[in-house]
Design a protein around this ligand. Structure first.
Ligand code: SAM
Length: 244
């Protein structure tokens, strides 16, 4: 079937490719990707060979128009280097154009680092706010953290290893006493999860300089955590009483 297929791919462990994703990558006409070498490896792992077209949201308007024209008669799979397309990755403009042109868009959900990090962190997950990458410039980073400090939710950021300790220091200043989780290299050999306050984590990562990819999570403000724990206790009590 012609149209755009948004295909989530593994964030490390190639075994995480879904059956549907493998099927679409085998059957599509073209794969639109960020880096043809990265996607080439995945295709090789699946034993398939397809035309790989580079696509990102900064691609020239003409490139996007060409892709949209192709989509009218052919099946195009959109993948990113890892994880779910459009989550801090290209695709938004393309999907939007397809919607405007009445071209079918199908999603194949799968791995996403933010969600994997949230599940494995053990931090409250009833409400969470994904905020993409923390800005690298100091003032912009501080502004974002200050803006989000009062939000009653676990905050999730993407982070790079070289910037980790600087970001932890900024979090320690703007959101003191908030528990932080660092989820590193999820699904890979050196997968690591560390939880603690900013100072403790900074000391750890200064002694053990991190490599690889990182999701940074910040627990909700403490009084709100306690409030929701109190709510949970009340609910549990109620449930116990009604079950008698
Ligand atoms: N679209 C992707 C997704 O759904 O996960 C995210 C793309 S974003 C450009 C890349 C960032 O995702 C990395 O800098 C890192 O913060 C995070 N990430 C990707 N793979 C990861 C992994 N295996 N472990 C931890 N974080 C990861």
């Amino acid at each position: 079937e012609p149209g755009l297929y948004i295909v989530a791919t593994p964030i490390g462990n190639l075994g995480d490719i879904t059956l549907r994703a493998a099927d679409v990558l085998r059957r599509c006409d073209v794969v639109a990707c960020e880096d043809t070498r990265v996607t080439g490896k995945l295709m090789k792992h699946l034993g398939v060979s397809k035309p790989l077209w580079r696509y990102d949201d900064h691609s020239e308007h003409r490139d996007r128009e060409r892709l949209v024209e192709t989509l009218r008669s052919r099946a195009v799979a959109l993948v990113s280097d890892a994880g779910t397309p459009l989550v801090s990755d290209p695709g938004y403009r393309l999907v939007n154009d397809c919607r405007a042109e009445g071209i079918a868009v199908t999603v194949l959900p799968g791995p996403c680092a933010a969600i994997a990090g949230l599940s494995v962190s053990g931090l409250p997950n009833d409400r969470f706010l994904f905020a993409g990458f923390l800005p690298s410039k100091e003032k912009a980073r501080r502004d974002v953290l200050t803006e989000l400090a009062g939000v009653d939710a676990t905050l999730i950021f993407y982070e790079t290893a070289p910037r980790l300790t600087k970001s932890l220091a900024a979090i320690g200043e703007a959101l003191p006493d908030r528990e932080i989780a660092v989820a590193r290299e999820l699904t890979k050999i050196h997968e690591e999860l560390r939880r603690g306050l900013a100072d403790g984590l900074i000391a750890w990562f200064e002694a053990h300089p991190p490599k690889g990819e990182i999701v940074l999570l910040i627990a909700p403000p403490l009084e709100m955590q306690q409030a929701s724990a109190a709510d949970a206790d009340a609910l549990l009590l109620e449930a116990l009483q009604t079950s008698k």
